[in-house]
Design a protein around this ligand. Sequence first.
Ligand code: TZP
Ligand code: MG
Length: 204
Amino acid sequence: MIRARLPVYFVTPDGASPELVLAAVRGGATMVQLRDKKAGDDALIELVRALKPELARRGVPLIVNDRLEVVLASGADGLHVGQSDGSPLALRRALGPGRLLGLSVEAMAHLGAIPAGVVDYLGVGPVRATATKPDHAAPLGFGGLARIAAASALPCVAIGGVGAGDARALKAAGAAGMAVVSAISAASDPEAAARALAGAWRNA
Ligand code: TZP
Ligand code: MG
């Protein structure tokens, strides 16, 4: 079940090292998305191949943001795309049935355009404004997240300015997990930060 993999979803910053990702999963990250707007496809393919054995051993899915070709060439577990990254149906056909497909949703209106049986989970946000994504849509707040989660049959992972202190409110809003970049990547001890997120979610 994809829902069980969503509680602590680590989304990488540009230029993430394998060591950063491995620290996050040692701490308890349940899923990883390689999101790098600058790296070339070959570098990302290499990063997937370097990480995949250890993440597979731990049952942590490895997702790639935006780059279908990288997913197909690397053995990654799936693809995550935004609203302007192509038709989910066409992407599902290209991926086949065995890989995960995640979709970013920034507004209630986006739910209506999702065909049934095509997408595995939604990334919903930003919950708060965040400097990590300078071009982000208007923040949804916890109320906006709750309305979208209630209207969606798909599990929703909350993203955007969230951290361990938000676990209870995010769970109450119906989120299946929290997706974070800086709460792990900017921490002085990323493994401890991931551990704190996992503990906060468990206890929320
Ligand atoms: N999509 C919506 S907000 C965001 C993305 C990729 C960035 C989240 O980063 P942070 O540092 O967890 O706020
Ligand atoms: Mg995108």
